[in-house]
Design a protein around this ligand. Structure first.
Ligand SMILES: [Zn+2]
Length: 98
């Protein structure tokens, strides 16, 4: 059995393999975006690219709790998370325009 790194989804609170989740980071301006390159340091949050999880995870209260600072989702965040997820596991890092 190979051990995989797991992260907890902000929406459903289930621990899942890291590569099935999308990483969120909080920008300096308090707006939460996807960490599409996987290189942004600091505190991150993770979410499944599923509608129910996104609906729950991207609420301001949930994000503020996760990052321990006031923040809110960018307008297209749910769309971008799905776009990132569609690129698939193991895809090379690439730009996702916001
Ligand atoms: Zn989830």
């Amino acid at each position: 059995m190979k051990r995989e790194p797991r992260r907890t989804c902000l929406g459903c609170r289930r621990a899942r393999p890291k590569q099935t989740l999308v990483r969120l980071v909080r920008g300096r301006d308090g707006v939460v975006v996807t960490d599409s390159r996987g290189v942004v340091g600091g505190r991150g949050a993770w979410v499944c690219p599923d509608d129910p999880c996104l609906a729950r995870a991207l609420s301001r209260a949930r994000l503020t709790h996760a990052f321990r600072r006031p923040c809110e989702a960018s307008a297209e965040l749910a769309v971008v998370v799905r776009a990132v997820a569609r690129r698939g596991v193991g895809a090379p890092p690439c730009e996702v325009s916001l």
